[in-house]
Ligand binder design. Sequence first.
Ligand SMILES: [Zn+2]
Length: 361
Amino acid sequence: MSKNPGDKHHLTQMAKLELMFHKDLGIDEFYKELIKFIDKNIPLAEGRPLTIKELLKVDDFTKSYFLNKTTVVERWITRAFVLGMLVEKRERMPQRPAIDIEQLPVRIKDAVKKYSLSPTETRALEWSHYQGGRSLVNATNDTTNRVGNLLFENLKEAKGHRAFRKALEEELFTDKGESGRNWKRVAISETNTALNQGYLATLKHGEFAMGYSMPDACDYCATHIKGKVYMVIDPNRVDLDYENLDPRTAKYRQISYIYSHAIWVGKSNIGRSSSPRKRKDPDIGNTPDNLEPREHHERWSPITPAHTRCRCRVIRINPDTMFVKDGKLEMKVMDEAGYKQWYERTIKPIKEQFELYGIKI
Ligand SMILES: [Zn+2]
């Protein structure tokens, strides 16, 4: 991943928010504290292997350091979510007041109260928080393992203090180190997911949204997200369960269509793959006769953000007054013919299909 938290984002507040979340995770402080802890407790100079007890002590140190960041996760996910809601509301206003992210609530319950969140909005915020919590736990476990491995290597080869510091610096602060990249990913992914959830939660069933990408989005996002139009649906009002259906049935094809043309709060690609084919036997490599196409429910479907570094989001559109041209929004009055063509090709088929499936808008 080449981008850092707070690198260019279409929303300036969001760039700031990513960066503040990353800073609040306290990687610098962790580095200092861990070095202190190891100098005090681990016999690096002796070069003998760690006892299990010593290893557990180090593991505990790393785990408790990061798992103490749960309030940090709640703070920035709540703020990103609320920012998403405010951005959407602001787009409907003629005058667009500035948003100061540091004035936004830090607790879920305060956000619920201050903005009188509906049950759906509250669930979406809780869902984003849960997702962020999982990322915190995963990144913590990963960093714990990696710190343990660095120690193991250091002791095995009796490299000493200086080498340990250097290896730890590389692990935490450079793009060579998986831990450093992981924590960046947490800061960028989780806030962008929460922003999109907040934005989506304020949209109504039957509204349309357009995928909005940065100019340097990857090929997948440029093809499947940028300028694409989706219907926003309420997932409680539409049957979205197709994992256990036979892919040859009409019902399966219907739900596949919905996944490809609709977005909703809580939609995710967890358990799905971006690769079009899968191995028949997971223990054999990617030989031509061991590969078969993935079914629709096993493949990625459009969500924003799809990737950490691309930072795509959705924007509400009114297909009666505006349309999408080259991935950008244009007003109908500027190009009536272009609008008509776009409407016929993009909006009309989606509306017709959804009507055919009995989805009431
Ligand atoms: Zn992408």
